[in-house]
Design a protein. Structure first.
Length: 251
């Protein structure tokens, strides 16, 4: 699961597909524990922690530690700013060995791009740390979905991120087998869970929620099978419908 630890982020990038803002909502410890139970019941053992900016959560280290104790691998997706604080970094580097770090920046979109060299230095200091300079990789808008504040961008990503979940759900027989198959296909960012436990088939909390972690997984599985996308990235719905037609699920 991709876990949105917080809706806060002080950078406020123009391309944010989450519409993260400073001083927004944070996930409670109680919800984090329920999410861990939900993931285990779903047969998931890989957690991706995102936000907003997850390291702006006041209990970020405590919660990452908690997830690392319960799961095989925890990947923290961050803009890297908090890690440049020496005091914070000294605590962060003591997290368990199964915590990986992914730092993202982009010349055109992240106000933090000027600190790229400092981010790169962290790759050597942390055991499993990757810095994505998306501009250097010439991916440009490739990785930026047209959701949230990025809705009007010329994204090259034309398939809605909920599509994988819907298409696979129509080929397997339960929520657990859906999650297993999605991981086997190396899709690690869906489904996603919001700060309050809402479940989304896409990566963004602006996607339409299919329910909550407090509901039973059979209900979530049936809703996933029948979900047909929303208007959030409607330009790409045709691809989803083409896949469903091939499965004989729509006329
Ligand atoms: S894209 Fe990332 S760094 Fe930028 S505002 Fe959104 S959460 Fe923050
Ligand atoms: S179609 Fe809607 S639910 Fe699906 S990924 Fe796009 S915004 Fe999210």
């Amino acid at each position: 699961m991709l876990v949105h630890l917080t809706q806060s982020c002080s950078l406020g990038c123009p391309h944010c597909m989450q519409d993260a803002k400073p001083s927004n909502n944070h996930m409670s410890r109680e919800t984090a524990e329920k999410i861990a139970d939900f993931c285990r019941e779903s047969g998931d053992f890989l957690i991706t922690i995102s936000g907003g900016e997850p390291l702006e959560h006041p209990q970020a280290l405590e919660l990452i530690h908690y997830f690392a104790y319960h799961f095989q691998l925890v990947t923290v997706c961050t803009n890297g700013i908090e890690l440049l604080d020496k005091e914070f970094f000294a605590k962060y580097e003591k997290l368990p060995f199964n915590v990986a770090t992914q730092i993202s920046t982009h010349r055109d979109f992240y106000t933090s791009y000027s600190r790229l060299k400092e981010f790169k230095s962290l790759e050597k200091k942390l055991a499993f740390c990757t810095v994505y300079d998306m501009d250097f990789a010439r991916t440009d808008t490739y990785r930026i979905s047209s959701q949230g504040r990025a809705i009007n961008m010329q994204s090259q990503r034309k398939s809605p991120s909920c599509g994988n979940m819907i298409l696979v759900a129509n080929q397997v027989s339960s929520w657990c087998s859906l999650i297993t198959e999605i991981r086997r296909k190396r899709y690690f960012c869906t489904p996603s869970v919001g700060f309050n436990g809402s479940v989304y088939l896409g990566e963004s909390w602006l996607c339409e929620s299919i329910g909550s972690i407090n509901e039973d997984t059979d209900t979530l599985y049936r809703r996933t099978q029948n979900f047909r996308g929303c208007n959030g990235c409607a330009d790409s719905k045709e691809l989803l419908f083409r896949g469903l037609r091939q499965l004989g699920k729509v006329l």
